[in-house]
Design a protein around this ligand. Structure first.
Ligand code: SAH
Length: 186
């Protein structure tokens, strides 16, 4: 795993997704070297970099030009070559993509419903969808939208605390809870 501090960051762009969240996504997705992955809302590129090391190809979309620039810097830093970057909103960015094996939605603004519909129309059988959500509303919406598309969605709420080792003992410091909503195409 790459540590959070190893990524180049910017105050204008959120991310990277925290190390333990990246680890859970990598494991749950069972990403392999045949997979085409789409990272919608790639931010700093934390998830893009991790998946690109295991997948055939990652296509990363972000509407914020700064996020695309930053993801590019991180791809260079980690010497990753199998990523295509699309500077656009998720919905438009998905238009030219076919055959998705794994879709990760890390940012969707108010487009989540439409993005999931479009992802579904391009998702291969056995394809997997993951949404990482901070807002309670997004977690519930993601479940609802996936149900409407005929999926059987799951949600796990990830509450992680990291230990800070001090002279007088170990202090645990909690991260924001993140919801991971997932579904698999049958
Ligand atoms: N997983 C990323 C962090 C994602 S932050 C990492 O590891 O670094 C969420 C990102 O989603 C932001 O960069 C934001 O610009 C982007 N975003 C939000 N709504 C979007 C949309 N509708 N289309 C494309 N990108 C979007």
């Amino acid at each position: 795993m790459i540590e959070d501090n190893d990524f180049i960051t910017s105050c204008e762009v959120p991310g990277p997704s925290k190390e333990n969240i990246r680890a859970i996504l990598l494991y749950k997705s069972m990403v392999s070297s045949n997979d085409i992955v789409v990272d919608i809302g790639c931010g700093t590129g934390g998830i893009t970099v991790e998946f690109a090391k295991k997948a055939k190809k990652v296509i990363s979309i972000d509407k914020n030009p700064e996020a695309i620039k930053l993801t590019k810097k991180n791809l260079e830093k980690f010497n990753i070559k199998n990523v295509e970057l699309i500077e656009n909103d998720g919905l438009t960015g998905l238009n030219n993509i076919e055959n998705i094996d794994i879709a990760i939605v890390g940012g969707s603004g108010n487009q989540l419903d439409e993005i999931l519909k479009k992802v579904d129309s391009k998702l291969n059988s056995n394809g997997r969808i993951f949404i990482t959500a901070i807002l309670l509303d997004t977690k519930l919406e993601a479940i609802d939208y996936l149900k409407n598309l005929g999926y059987n969605p799951k949600i796990v709420e990830v509450n992680i605390s990291n230990g800070r080792v001090l002279d007088r003992g170990v202090m645990m410091i909690s991260e924001n809870p993140i919801g991971i909503i997932s579904a698999k195409k049958r």
